[in-house]
Write a protein that binds this ligand. Structure first.
Ligand code: NAP
Ligand code: GFB
Length: 323
């Protein structure tokens, strides 16, 4: 990227957006750190409602981006997805439509959008890889979000074939880290259990994990994902998506996650499972071979270290964080 690059990050105030900001501001190395010719702009919904075409057009007129990292979305855990399937579909479709159309209109050189491994078919062989995105219906618990996200890949190919646009996407597994959303109902499992364990310790009440604790997940630390986003923006040339995930061997159970939080919070109290609550998808084991072929030496933060750092950030920012 020779001339000055203006990189617009939508969803810059969220879990992943704040991690990209942290890496750009703190990483010193050439590989992931900020470069001379780069100007990074991190948006929040205060800069404009991306569901509204006029707001998006105004943002593009103001910043005239050369590159876009499109993170903004309606996001939530299993229980929020089960409750608001249509909102997830409509809101994300509107944001994606507006961002990609204005990116074409303003001749943006590259857009990197964000999918999720929950979009893959539910009835499939494992491990899942990038070629399987459209091979059948997603899990019923999140089909609204999943189909909305799949359409990004369809858009990217259509924009490329009709207008030669260079719009691509990445597919992260479950993400966690500082600046997460800690709502007790709507959040993802790791921030949700972090908040519940904190309250159980504070109020001397039982720490209750929903479901059986048996489902399996791969978790990527937001700051590792942020580095991979920066690499994708700078180096990844394909239109096809790429999975950004730890390896299959790092898959853990929901019980392992809860154990890790109990340890990081030094919780000594009663710890139980509420099997009346849904387990959701049993697993969505993703294959990261494509990523490892591109960056064989990439080092992921060990899970227990990343949980410890995330719990410390949570405790230090409890008064101001989203909950
Ligand atoms: P998040 O923490 O909930 O942040 C969402 C971001 O989108 C915030 O910056 C929010 O702005 C912005 N936003 C939401 N609605 C908007 C609207 N109508 N107009 C303008 N901005 C809006 O989400 P995240 O976890 O960082 O997710 C980032 C991306 O990663 C999403 O595309 C998500 O689908 C994907 N992803 C997440 C996970 C995960 O486990 N978290 C896993 C796979 C993929 P405000 O701060 O102003 O509300
Ligand atoms: O992160 P999560 O909500 O979503 O994890 P998914 C759900 C798993 O954690 C289920 C268990 O097996 C739940 O039974 N769990 C236990 C809990 N305690 C809790 C808790 O307090 N809160 C939550 N949320 N779960 C989502 C998709 O699937 O993955 C989204 O629905 C998105 O669209 C996200 O893609 C990354 O991993 O099941």
């Amino acid at each position: 990227m020779a001339s000055e690059s203006v990189i617009l990050v939508t969803g810059g105030s969220g879990l992943v957006g704040e991690a990209v900001k942290w890496v750009i501001e703190n990483e010193t190395g050439e590989r992931f750190g900020k470069r001379e010719n780069e100007k990074w702009i991190f948006l929040s919904s205060k800069d404009g409602d991306l569901r509204k075409e006029a707001d998006v057009k105004a943002i593009f007129e103001k910043y005239k981006p050369t590159h876009v990292v499109h993170l903004a979305a309606m996001v939530g855990g299993l229980f929020k997805n089960m409750k608001y399937k249509l909102d997830f579909l409509r809101e994300n479709m509107m944001m994606n439509e507006n961002i990609l159309w204005q990116s074409k209109e303003f001749n943006v050189k590259k857009v990197v959008s964000c999918l999720s491994t929950c979009i893959f078919p539910d009835k499939t062989t494992y491990p899942i890889d990038e070629t399987m995105v459209h091979d059948g219906p997603p899990h019923d618990s999140n089909f609204g979000y999943a189909y909305g996200k799949r359409m990004i890949d369809v858009y990217n190919h259509a924009y490329n074939e009709q207008f030669g646009c260079h719009f691509t996407s990445v597919i992260p597994t479950n993400v966690f880290g500082p600046h997460d959303n800690y709502e007790l109902e709507g959040s993802h499992v790791l921030p949700g259990l972090t908040h519940k364990c904190y309250l159980a310790k504070k109020n001397n009440t039982p720490f209750v994990v929903w479901g059986s604790g048996k489902p399996l997940r791969q978790f990527i630390y937001s700051r590792d994902l942020a580095k991979l986003f920066i690499w994708t923006l700078r180096e990844y040339e394909e239109i096809d998506p790429i999975i950004l995930s730890v390896g299959e061997k790092d898959e853990v159970s929901i019980k392992d996650v809860a154990d890790g939080i109990v340890k990081a919070m030094d919780f000594q109290g009663e710890y139980a499972f509420d099997s009346t609550k849904a387990d959701g998808q049993y697993k969505k084991t993703a294959n990261n071979a494509k990523l490892m072929k591109y960056i064989p030496d990439f080092e992921f933060t060990p899970f227990d270290v990343a949980i410890k750092e995330s719990v410390e950030w949570f405790e230090q920012n409890y008064d101001t964080l989203r909950k």
